[in-house]
Design a protein around this ligand. Sequence first.
Ligand code: ATP
Ligand code: MG
Length: 420
Amino acid sequence: MIQIPKGTKDVLPSQVHKWQFVEKTARETAELFAFREIRTPVFEHTELFARGVGDTTDIVTKEMYTFLDKGNRSVTLKPEGTAGVARSFIENGMAGGVLPAKMYYLIPAFRYERPQAGRLREFHQFGVELYGAADPAADAETITLADLFLKKLGLKQVRLELNSIGCKHCRAKYNEALKEYFRPHLAEMCPDCNARFEKNPMRIIDCKEEGCRRFTAGAPRMLDYLCDDCKAHFEEVKALLARAGVAYEINPSIVRGLDYYSRTVFEFVTSAAGAQGTVCGGGRYDSLIEQMGEKPVPAVGFAAGMERLLMVMEAEGAPMPEPSGTVCYLAGMDGASRAKAFELATMLRAKGIACECDLMGRSVKAQFKYADKSGAKFVAVIGGSELEEGAVSLKNMATSSSEKVAFADLADYLSSNGAN
Ligand code: ATP
Ligand code: MG
């Protein structure tokens, strides 16, 4: 038997309503803030991610699903959403259009990681991207959107952690301070951190190895190195969050995994569902578009992991909608009444009423059993006498009461009673 690839998951029909609920909540929340959906390809030229995500990140150095297509071009399944949106922003000349450009996406993402709870090789993200606005209000609006989304999912134990990693100028000084601090410990630190030390020392703060964490705890804090502009920007973001009633904690060790971030960075975290506690991460990336060879355009955004959100919702016991059953099952006793059931089902569906009839040649008793299991609200029985009268015997499955309803009145009856 061929099995599902390691690190991937099926979403079965019995579970899919949970996904649909989270996806619907994501779309509705984004649209409340006037973000519009953008859809970009699942694969892109590999170079896009090397440039747009950054070639010192874990994603690019270790985790990409890269292969040669039949034309010998190197392509990569997208490991995150921002690079593709940035490419599209540039390619479609959006910088010359209406700004800010506010976009959201719901995508599968692919990373070659060691699979564990909340860490998959194919996973899903809801993300937003806001291009063109350098104002702290854009950071605050993006964070407020994520906060409202999580609240609408019923999550109560998720905390917002906030930091600023400054701009190129203040970070250069900070990186020097970090190098000075880490230099004496390098021999005891992991090979990745030794490489980070040369290329991007700030990334050491993000290391998950126990051996390195011992040293990162006492490292200099970026917040102490912010220039005046970055400091003022950060103060304003905090002030606006306070106005919006969004609670946050400052966490000076958040640096984010991707190279393009500047100034505001944030994560929504929880300990409700084990080790993979970051459900959403984001920040400002004013140098991304410039890094891709264009005139700079300020930007801010986030991405939330759908699998982790669902795990946390489960762990917190957040209310989840029930899967919706059909409104009506049409049970036929014999050949002629089955044909009538089929005809009525067609008519009901054309009027937008979800219904089913037997496809298995089952007895009426077995049809009832199936209807009950499938959660139908009503069962319409049709036999010889119903055919003669031109009416179904309609049983309300919740109350067990039955009444005759004329074929011609069935759609209206179900529309007015189907919802309860
Ligand atoms: P982590 O530190 O957990 O590896 P990350 O910094 O790599 O996270 P991002 O690139 O910021 O993650 O992605 C945004 C969100 O996507 C994460 O907060 C998380 O919820 C989710 N996510 C990232 N990688 C995975 C994965 N392999 N499986 C499931 N969800 C993931
Ligand atoms: Mg990661």
